[in-house]
Every structure is written in C-alpha cells, then in structure tokens.
Design a protein. Structure first.
Length: 263
C-alpha cells in the first residue's frame, strides 16, 4: 500500500465520521419537533383553508349577528281573514303570529312554537298581561323534569322574557324569550314565544279579552307573507277546544332551562 493510498483512506474515514456525527445531532432535533407537533395535536394548515368573510352567505352572516330571516321579521302584510281587527292568529305550521289590523292587513311576527307532541290548536282569549313576569313552572312540567327550579324571578335571564300574555285558564302564554335563536323553531312545551322587541310591541296592542286563534300545525298551507304584495287566506276560527286542548300534553323530553323548551 502506498503512502498516498493510506492517506486517502484515513481522510475518507474521517469524513464519514463527521457525516455520522452530524446526523446524530440533526435527527433528535427533527424527531423532537415532529413529536412536539403531534403531542399538541396540530398540523400545518394553509391559510387559504380558513374561509373569509366574503365566503359566508348572507343567511350565515345574519345568523352570526342574531338577525332573523326575512320571513320572521315584523312586517305589515296583506292578510285576508274573516276575523275582526284586533284578533291574534297563530299559524303554528309556519311559525308566524298575525295581529289583524283590518281592511285586509295584519302585522306578522315570527314565533317559536311547541316541539313535537306539544303543539295544540283552538281558541283562547288573553286573561292576563305581565311585564317582566316571574316564572313558576307548572306542575305537569315539574313532573316531567323534577330538576327544574320552582321559581325564577322576572328579568333578562327569565325564560319568559320581557312580556307575557296568559291564555285563558291554561298554562299557555305568548311571551318573550332570552334566546332569540329559537324563533322560527318547534322548541317549546306549547307556549308561543317571540323576541323581546316583538312581544313588547304586541303587548302594547292587545288587551285582556283579546281573541287568540291557534291554527293546527297540519293546517292547509298558508302563504307566508314576506311583503305587502302577498295575500294570506285564513280559514274561519275553529270551535273552542276540548279540555284536553288546554292541558299540557304528556311526554318525557329533556330541556334546557334557560331557553329551549321550558315553556
């Protein structure tokens, strides 16, 4: 072996040793970074994966802002009915309440109504009005949900909201809500709920004794009256309900105390 060959071999072994040592230094760092990312449960995400505000639909933006859809907003609409001016008509199937103005017009409000098994229909009258009412869960409701409080004082946190109009001697009411996102839905135990702004407006228009007609959920389809060009035909008021119609129906369903199905 020549001196030059031995020198070359020693140089190669030294270079290989340096490469191996460098790999020992780099590998733990890379492994540590990878393990850290995995332990935190994230992975690199491209910025374009997040939607911009422009990508949201108008309906989605309204929902985020708590704005009701057009069909649930208070509006004066054309409304053909044989009921007298001052009557309240509730279209359960379309989650709408109409205050009859007369001369073919009515004020339409969006409402929340009874969930499955808790809707009802018939004719009642307003027997009492209350501002920022206290809430005493009825015995039937406590029987279904024993964990409910027996009393909640009136105020912004009360499920009955800013105003309540009691219907006859039943447990049903037209009232406000502390969760306007439930308007337009079938969520209550039979009461008719409105936004606090809308229930305050209606409260100022009706009196004790005002007639309230509640149409069944499966009533013939009615036009929804999105503007004053729409005509809505309402059939004559049905006869007064039987006793069962004014009794809270039975059922075992869990509820959320502050909003969804307490009334």
């Amino acid at each position: 072996m020549t001196p030059s060959s031995a020198l070359f071999r020693r140089s190669s072994r030294a270079a290989n040793a340096l490469v191996f040592a460098a790999s020992l230094l780099v590998t733990p760092i890379a492994l540590s970074a990878s393990a850290g990312a995995q332990s935190l449960g994230y992975a690199p995400v491209r910025q374009s994966a997040f939607p911009s505000d422009a990508a949201l639909t108008p309906e989605a933006r309204d929902a985020e802002a708590g704005v009701l859809p057009e069909r649930l907003r208070r509006a004066v609409v054309q409304f053909a009915t044989s009921e007298a001016a001052g009557t309240v008509i509730i279209d359960t199937g379309n989650t709408a309440l109409y205050y009859v103005l007369g001369q073919g017009r009515a004020i339409r409000y969006g409402v929340g109504v009874g969930r499955e098994g808790f809707t009802w229909s018939g004719v009642q009258s307003i027997s009492r009005k209350a501002e920022w009412p206290d809430w005493y869960p009825p015995a039937e409701m406590i029987k279904r949900q024993p964990y409910l409080p027996r009393f909640i004082a009136g105020g912004p946190g009360n499920p009955l909201g800013a105003r309540a109009m009691y219907l006859g001697s039943s447990e049903y009411r037209i009232h406000g809500t502390n969760d306007p996102s439930t308007i337009g839905k079938f969520v209550s135990s039979g009461c008719i709920r409105m936004t606090n702004e809308d229930v305050t407006d209606l409260f100022g228009r009706v009196n004790v004794g005002t007639k309230v007609v509640v149409l069944p959920k499966n009533a013939p389809v009615l036009a929804r009256g999105s503007d004053t060009r729409t005509t809505i035909s309402v059939r004559p008021a049905p006869p007064r309900p039987q006793a069962a119609a004014t009794t809270l129906p039975s059922g075992q369903q869990a509820i959320r105390l502050n909003v969804s199905s307490v009334n």
